[in-house]
Design a protein around this ligand. Sequence first.
Ligand code: MUC
Ligand code: MG
Length: 374
Amino acid sequence: MTARIESIETLLVDLPTIRPHKLSMTTMACQTLVIVRMWHSDGIEGIGEGTTIGGLSYGPESPESIKRNIDCYLAPLLVGEPSSNLNALRARMHTQVRGNTIAKSALETALLDAQGKRLGLSVAELLGGARHDHLPVLWTLASGDTRKDIDEAFQRLDDRRHGDFKLKIGANAVDDDVRHVAAIKAALGDRASVRVDVNQAWDEATAVRGIAALQDAGIALIEQPIPAREHAGLARLAQRFVVPMLADEAVADARDGFSLAAAGFSGAVALKIAKAGGPRGALELAGVSRAAGIGLYGGTMLEGTIGTAAALHAWATLGELTWGTEMFGPLLLTDDIVTEPLNYHEFGVDLPRGPGLGVALDEDKLSFYRRKDG
Ligand code: MUC
Ligand code: MG
């Protein structure tokens, strides 16, 4: 008998960060995961996660809106439908609900997890098969303090945890940011590559000044220097500098990737399941980008283990991840809500083994950290 979706529960889970994480638009002391539990008539449970950064400061969905829009709009579209037809379920969600890509990603993840468990396959196998079982993972230095960032970087290098670093800038004056970045790069020398993420903080003229100085300091990649919607400006910066640009907020799905490439952009795109409405949409963006000669990078919204595992299954299917991944979200959090954490070692992380996502909820931790009033 065809299994059907029986019920969907969404939970908000608040986990403290190991230190303040300072981005251009917010400083995070806690991360809120939106966890989806989806039960099917064959007794299988699929789990998913939708997560954003800093309430509404990063993007148009908040943890609370993700939960509410799943409960009120998306879950009713899915409950009662056959569990296994992901194409039909995606079409229902995408035609009847606009936007809300993080909410959709949590649900698509739960559907893939359940289908994998049903068939005895990992999510990577459902997506066509893994090309890698260990993926490189960088670390973001964002304490806001140059000395602390340098110490943190050396610790991670010595532990063989991370070999590449991303610095969050844009909250301070451009000259101060450049000094901070150049000091860290000079301290690390050839031991590590250093990139920056400006998170849209500069206008184009400031970006030209800042990027020229960062390029001279030996920075390897410049992420989202100007506002997301300025595709033509990002293409101009990509053409102007030798150091490549990484499009993050500017590109969510395959259509954005196409329009960015058509505007003359070269460089790389940050794939994120949260931006693309799930692993499938993120892989569609990967296909368009690759066809346009644009490099790929496995991006995070600082998800916990469930969302991180979902993304890893998707990135593992890609032959080439030019710039590796930043799937370190669980390491930024003081605790976890799964029984077995991901295995980070040798500058990367192992792809969890299936079936499904290959991760399981720890019920005690979940009931401890879940928000009781929402
Ligand atoms: C972003 O914009 O890249 C990813 C890593 C990190 O520290 O913040 C995120 C968001
Ligand atoms: Mg970014």
